[in-house]
Structure formats: structure tokens, C-alpha cells
Design a binder for this molecule. Structure first.
Ligand code: GTP
Length: 597
């Protein structure tokens, strides 16, 4: 295709502002797929994404649009994820396109993820076209939102498009604006092949599918190519584009976006940001590489039924095939037996993986306390990374500990500002900035990531009744007074509940933990002490008193079926229990004990 008739773009938006609906509309308008093939939210291909209404895997679609000049343009839309955990995926797909539609819900205005994503687009030198969506709603305030975009983001919004992705209003105008206002890609078809590896994922029929953006040269079916980062060579057996269904073509030229398959077995063998060139007469200049995504949150996943360990291994292997950012290794715990220590990009990523294992592979899991990666500086001058509080070395060898910090940006209506500041302060935050954008405040905090991984987002939503939006980025490591807190139930340490905490918070955290556990652990026939300790020192203690009667006693004998039902229920509950010494702890206790109020 003639370069002048290609436009490559992405859509950036805060969650729920209508990105997927708009993408569907753009596809529909150009008749890329017949209406009957149009599934709801076509770009979100996985069930779990649909259920949670979030987009995880970057996807792409090629649409043909006949513009006002009567010529047909090829528009390549790359879909980007909207959630904080996937910021890295956003940044890499941004590098493959020249412009962005900035979608803002005109009944809401700019939110934290709008900012985070639009800054990434600006970083990638994008031309940005603001789109005010949901103008069909009575609460729509396009003038106010236009002004807000100019004030907060600092880009011209005077010719922002007025769109309803729901009714279709402004959709043609949006496509025309993509053609008129976004630059065409540049590239040299006669130069040696240079293609950017944008994304890759595993498909059970085709193996690894590699999404590429051609910078220079041309890529043909049957070519032998070299991945420059690891110097591996492959035979390209398929080339194609997504319309959205996969459609094979023979060749991709400069400026084009499409996929290739080359009998690659694992996603791990493909590095995002890598340069692909021809094996012979290839380029010698690789594109500037991207940083690989690093897991920042770790936790242990153990099967409730320890006989299912091999099944769990199988499930994890399969999930990892398609997710290079998810790491794992076998872990054995005194209390929980064999399981895996897994690394995630963030809490949502953790939740998504855990849910998929439970649902798609039908394995009930115990999830241990999520932990961030600490840097332990030893007295001998060496540094090690701590992924698991259970591996904390002997303190006599430790000089000091450093923890990861984040820069958190929160947008919140004025009324809730006080609660938000208190929450951040309670989580050891340091205020960096506080500004106003209309009736909303924008607060920026420097926060320890370990205070955010538990339930910060849930708390933020609850204190602001859902009106706050939140985004973060890592800013580095800083020394602080951190200690390992252990939990003992009936004098047995439960390693799955041990965690790193700040020394000043340890006692409060320990107290909250033992009080919670006292409620969460069912009574037994004997008394059970529940303790939190640092080293050998107990910092909080509760005692769960012994049970006197069995559960059926309260049925007053009479009703036999009711009694039977109750016993069955109790038995079913048992399956979700774990034995610790003589004590049975329900699976839910592990999760709930870690939530703080
Ligand atoms: P993520 O995929 O989670 O990032 O969300 P999204 O930005 O893709 O939002 P989505 O397209 O799922 O839309 C969110 C909600 O807004 C859905 O319930 C849509 O039906 C609704 N919606 C989207 N566009 C419009 C619009 O123009 N008008 C109205 N009234 N509702 C809309």
C-alpha cells in the first residue's frame, strides 16, 4: 500500500470511557466485518476481559475507509489496555503507531488513566485527536470537558470531535479526522527489512503469533528472518492482517501492521521491541530496544488439594506460554506444601491469572500475601532481591533494606479530598503535588508500593464512593525500617501469612491481623492462641476459645433434614480448609486476613 494512504493509530482512554465501543463502531462503519459477525466488544477476545470490562492483550485491526477525497485509506488500529498494571503494554504498542484518539467521557472528564495514557502517547510523539464521547447522554458537558483537557493535559481541544459511540454520531467524522489530522507513516521500501516486534501471543493452532510493524523494506511469506536480540532465525510460514478475523496476505510493506507465524513454540522466544530483519542482506542497525516488563508483585499460589500440584504446574505452564510477563518457580511451604512463587505486573494481573487457574483449570487455590521486591543490602556489601518474606536472611548479616516506591496520581472530587489525603498519609505517603482542575483535585503522592499492593485501590474506591481514579508508576527504591512479621496459630508459624511491614506499623498491623484471624478461624474443641511476632517477640495476641457444642445442636434435635443439610454444608466447607498442626484454617481466611481496614 502507498504510504500516503496508511494511517496507524491507537485509542487512549480511561476505563469505561468507551474505547471498546468506539473501536467496534469504527469497524462497523467501514464494514470490515459484516454486522452479523460483530460480537459485542469484538476486540476483547478473552472471557475474563469481557466479564471485567477490561482489555488486557493489545490487539490490532486493519480497516479500509473511503475518505472524503474518494480514495481508500488503510487504517490500522492498535488496541491498548487501559489498566495501570499494563502500562508497559500501552507504551510498546504506542511506538508502533503515529497518532492517538484521546477518548474522554464527556459526562465525566479527564481521569487518572486518561493522563497516564496520554502522556505515553505524547512521549511516543503522537499526533493526538481529542474525542468527546457519550454526547448522547443528558449529563454530557462537552464545553467543560474540552476546557479541562486543555487545562490539565495542555493540548489544543478546540476541534475535539463530538461523538456517541452508542448512537454512531460523529463516527464518520472520526474516521475522516484520522485521515486528515494524523500523519502518514514514513519508511523506505528499498531499504533492508526492519520490522518492530510489537506483541506476541500463543495460539493453540498456529503457535506463537507475532504482531509486527514494518519500518523499512518488505516482509514476504517464505522469507527467512532473524530476530536481532537473540540472533535466532526463522522461516516465515504465514503473513496476514486482522480484519478483525485473521486474513492471510503475501506481503507487508513499510508503515503496515500485521502478523507473522514462523513455527515459534513459546512467547518467551519473542522479545517485545525486538527488531526483525532478513537473514541475508539484513539491516545491521537494530531499533532502540524496549525495556522488558518486570514483575513487581510476588505471591505464592498453592493448590487447596495438595494432590493437584501437577495439575497446577500444567495450568501455570500453559498460561505462561501466552504471558511473558508472568514468572514462576516452585515453592515449598511448611504449612502449604508444594506450590509456586509467581511474579506479576500488579495486583490486577495477579487476580486475572488466579481467576483463570481456578476457572479454566478448576483448581482451588490458596494465595499468600502479595509481596513486592525488596532490596536487601548485606553487611558484606552485596545486594539480593527478596521476593518472599519467608526467605528473609538472618538479620545479623543484613545492613539495611530498601523498598520500591511509586508515584501515584489520584483525581478526586473536592468533597472526598480529605479522605484521600488521610488514606495516603496512613499508607506512609509523601505528598508531592496538589492542584485543581475544575471541581476535581489532582493529588500526587510518593508511596511505598507495599502499602498499595494489599487493598489500596479498594480502599480508595470505598472512601470516595467510586469517584476517584488512580494511576501509578515506579520511581525507584528507598531505604526504610522494614521488618518481617510472622503469624503463629496454636504456636505453629503459618509462613503463608508472614509479611514485610514498616516497624512503626508492625504492631497495629499485627493486632489487626490476629483480631481478624480470630473471627475467620472456626472454633475447635480446644483453645487456640493466635499471635503476631517479629523475630522471637510477640507483638499481638488473641485467643480463640474452645467450642462447646457441635453445630447441629442449635437445631433442637427435631428437624432431621435440616440437620443433614447443615452437616453436608459443614463437610463441603471442610474441603476448602487447610490443616495447620491440629488447626483447620479456611482458605478464605488467608485472603481476608490480609485485607486491612
Ligand atoms: P475498558 O475496555 O475497560 O477500557 O473500557 P472501555 O473504555 O472500552 O469502555 P466500553 O467501550 O466498554 O464502554 C463503557 C460503557 O460505556 C459501556 O457500558 C458502553 O455501553 C458505554 N458507552 C460507550 N460509549 C457510549 C456512548 O457514546 N454513549 C453512551 N450512552 N454509552 C456509551
Amino acid at each position: 500500500t502507498d504510504l500516503a494512504r496508511i494511517r496507524n493509530f491507537s485509542i487512549v482512554a480511561h476505563i469505561d470511557h468507551g474505547k471498546s465501543t468506539l473501536a467496534d463502531r469504527l469497524i462497523q462503519e467501514t464494514n470490515t466485518v459484516a454486522l452479523r459477525d460483530m460480537k459485542e466488544q469484538m476486540l476483547d477476545s478473552m472471557d475474563i476481559e469481557r466479564e471485567r470490562g477490561i482489555t488486557i492483550k493489545a490487539n490490532t485491526v486493519r480497516i479500509d475507509f473511503i475518505a472524503a477525497d474518494g480514495l481508500t485509506y488503510v487504517l490500522n488500529l492498535i488496541d491498548t489496555p487501559g489498566h495501570v498494571d499494563f502500562a508497559y503494554e500501552v507504551s510498546r504498542s504506542m511506538r508502533a503507531v503515529e497518532g492517538s484518539l484521546l477518548v474522554v467521557d464527556s459526562t465525566q472528564g479527564v481521569e487518572a488513566q486518561t493522563l497516564a495514557n496520554v502522556y505515553q502517547a505524547i512521549d511516543a510523539d503522537h499526533e493526538i485527536v481529542p474525542v468527546l464521547n457519550k454526547i448522547d447522554l443528558p449529563a454530557s458537558e462537552p464545553d467543560r470537558v474540552r476546557e479541562q483537557i486543555e487545562d490539565v493535559i495542555g493540548i489544543d481541544a478546540s476541534d475535539a470531535l463530538l461523538v456517541s459511540a452508542k448512537t454512531g454520531q460523529g463516527i464518520r467524522e472520526t474516521l475522516q479526522a484520522v485521515v486528515d489530522r494524523l500523519p502518514a507513516p514514513r519508511g523506505d521500501i528499498d531499504a533492508p527489512l526492519k520490522a518492530m516486534l510489537v506483541d506476541s501471543w500463543y495460539d493453540s493452532y498456529l503457535g506463537v503469533i507475532v504482531l509486527v510493524r514494518i519500518i523499512d523494506g518488505r516482509l514476504k511469506k517464505g522469507d527467512r528472518v532473524r530476530f536481532m536480540s537473540n540472533n535466532t532465525t526463522h522461516h516465515v510460514d504465514r503473513i496476514g492482517v486482522f480484519r478483525p478475523p485473521m486474513t492471510e496476505i503475501d506481503e507487508l510493506g513499510p508503515g503496515e501492521i500485521g502478523f507473522l507465524t514462523a513455527s515459534i513454540k513459546q512467547v518467551r522466544d519473542t522479545r517485545v521491541g525486538d527488531t526483525i530483519t532478513h537473514e541475508k542482506r539484513g539491516t545491521d542497525k537494530a531499533l532502540p530496544g524496549f525495556k522488558p516488563s518486570q514483575p513487581v508483585v510476588f505471591c505464592g499460589l498453592f493448590p487447596v488439594d495438595s494432590a493437584l500440584f501437577e495439575d497446577l504446574r500444567d495450568a501455570i505452564d500453559k498460561l505462561a506460554l501466552n504471558d511473558a510477563s508472568f514468572s514462576f518457580e516452585v515453592e515449598s511451604s511448611a504449612a502449604l506444601g508444594f506450590g509456586f512463587r509467581c511474579g506479576f505486573l500488579g495486583l490486577l494481573h495477579l487476580e486475572v491469572i488466579r481467576d483463570r487457574i481456578e476457572r479454566e483449570y478448576d483448581i482451588d487455590l490458596i494465595t499468600t500475601a502479595p509481596s513486592v521486591v525488596y532490596h536487601i543490602h548485606m553487611r558484606d556489601g552485596t545486594m539480593t532481591e527478596l521476593h518472599n518474606p519467608a526467605d528473609m536472611p538472618d538479620l545479623t548479616h543484613v545492613d539495611h533494606l530498601e523498598e520500591p516506591r511509586i508515584k501515584a496520581t489520584i483525581l478526586v472530587p473536592d468533597d472526598y479530598l480529605g479522605d484521600v489525603l488521610k488514606l495516603c498519609q496512613d499508607r506512609r505517603g509523601i505528598q508531592m503535588d496538589l492542584t485543581y482542575a475544575g471541581p476535581r483535585a489532582m493529588v500526587v503522592y510518593d508511596l511505598p508500593l507495599n502499602e498499595v499492593v494489599f487493598d489500596f485501590y479498594d480502599r480508595l474506591k470505598s472512601v470516595t464512593k467510586g469517584y476517584a481514579s488512580f494511576d501509578y508508576q515506579m520511581i525507584g527504591y528507598r531505604e526504610d525500617a522494614l521488618v518481617k512479621m510472622s503469624v503463629l496459630v496454636n504456636d505453629e508459624p503459618v509462613d503463608a501469612l508472614s509479611m514485610m511491614v514498616h516497624r512503626d506499623r508492625a504492631e497495629a498491623r499485627g493486632r489487626a491481623m490476629v483480631e481478624k484471624l480470630k473471627e475467620l478461624i472456626p472454633r475447635h474443641m480446644f483453645k487456640i492462641p493466635i499471635q503476631a511476632a517479629i523475630g522471637g517477640k510477640v507483638i499481638a495476641r488473641e485467643t480463640l476459645s474452645a467450642m462447646r457444642k457441635d453445630v447441629t445442636a442449635k437445631c433442637y434435635g427435631g428437624d432431621a433434614t435440616r440437620k443433614k443439610k447443615l452437616l453436608e454444608k459443614q463437610k463441603a466447607g471442610k474441603k476448602k480448609m487447610r490443616q495447620f498442626g491440629k488447626v483447620e484454617i479456611p482458605q478464605s481466611a488467608f485472603i481476608n486476613a490480609l485485607k486491612m481496614d
